[in-house]
Write a protein that binds this ligand. Structure first.
Ligand code: UDP
Ligand code: MG
Length: 330
């Protein structure tokens, strides 16, 4: 186990990506500042240099203005960074973690709507004290999710497991990471990010903490179906080439079947059986056409991602910061 600083020197950054969260920010900031004060003053678990870091993911509403106001109102507790564009939850989270990396000893990431129970923070901290460099938050139940989300999430995680990804089932992005594991994370340069799959790849001693999820109290979900599908595809294509292998297997099987069919047709021909053949022919054309298109699609998905990765475009730009300098905040 790497040496741990005494509690009063341990700097924690709570990292919260925010996209169009004007309805929820005031409530979240209020709950988080009193939690932070409690952790610093009453429980004496962390240093007073600990901060709440809001990452504005290029919001179109007043989110950034509100972060600036909140930072001015709580200069010793709240700071923020403003991304130049909406880069999606995973990139915004990464931006926050990388910004916090050199300023703190540990980060805990969570959603800005505080659906995840902030009272689990003490459990995260004690797992860190016990030697974990990464602590995964695992939700107790999915009762707050719609039937559709529950069913798709369960099917998706089963598929990820089958594909060989080590993403923890029911683990959202509520997670503690130490500076050491953040340094390791900074060395991955992929553009299509799926942190839930990537972080278990880093290794290090890790643990889990169970927490409850509640319904979103203010504002609406910012994860549109399109964003969710993009995340799901990133999860699959970033960690496994098994779908491509599967295509190879299906292709080989179909090839074998077609050889057998040709043999049967030749035998039939010499035996004098004339087969009408219309149904067989049209079925084969449709079937093979479908399989081919699907296969090209899957391969295309990988080729596309390869294209994006080779360009190595920057994942985000920080347009503005507020309250980030430790000295300013003190
Ligand atoms: N989010 C983000 N960028 C986006 C979409 C979402 O930073 O493009 C943030 C959002 O502000 C929230 C977190 O990601 O802090 C999770 O989103 P949300 O709560 O809307 O998702 P849900 O809980 O409905 O899955
Ligand atoms: Mg939410």
């Amino acid at each position: 186990m790497l040496p741990r600083k005494p509690n009063h020197e341990l700097i924690l950054y709570l990292v919260l990506p925010c996209y169009n969260e004007e309805e929820t920010l005031t409530y979240s900031a209020e709950a988080l500042t009193s939690k932070l004060t409690c952790l610093i003053r009453d429980e004496k678990l962390i240093s007073e240099k600990s901060r709440i870091l809001f990452v504005d993911d290029g919001s179109k509403d007043r989110t950034w203005d509100m972060i600036v106001q909140l930072s001015n109102a709580y200069p010793r507790q709240i700071c923020g960074i403003h991304l130049a564009h909406n880069r999606g939850h995973q990139n915004a989270l990464l931006a926050g973690l990388m910004y916090a990396k050199d300023r703190c000893d540990i980060t805990i990431s969570m959603d800005a709507d505080l659906q995840q129970d902030i009272n689990a923070i003490e459990d995260f901290l004690s797992a860190y004290r016990d030697g974990c460099e990464i602590v995964y938050g695992v939700r107790n139940s999915r009762d707050t999710d719609s039937f559709f989300k529950k069913a798709t999430a369960s099917a998706y995680y089963s598929m990820l497991k089958w594909l060989g990804t080590s993403a923890e089932r029911n683990a959202a992005d509520y997670r503690l990471m130490s500076a050491v594991s953040l340094q390791a994370l900074s060395e991955y340069s992929e553009v299509n990010l799926f942190l839930r799959g990537l972080i278990p790849n880093i290794g290090f001693h890790s643990g889990t903490v169970h927490f409850n999820v509640k319904m979103r109290e203010h504002g609406t979900s910012k994860y549109t179906l399109g964003k969710m599908l993009k995340l799901a595809m990133d999860g699959i294509t970033s960690f496994s080439i098994r779908p491509i292998r599967l295509i190879l297997g299906v292709g080989a099987l179909i090839f074998l079947v077609s050889i057998i069919m040709i043999l049967i047709f030749i035998i039939d021909y010499f035996c004098g059986n004339t087969v009408p053949g219309y149904a067989t022919l049209s079925c084969s054309i449709w079937f093979l056409g479908g399989v081919q298109l699907l296969s090209i699609g899957i391969i295309g998905e990988y080729v596309g991602r390869n294209y994006e990765e080779t360009k190595k475009r920057p994942r985000y730009f920080i347009a503005d910061t507020v309250g980030g300098e430790d000295d300013d905040c003190n």
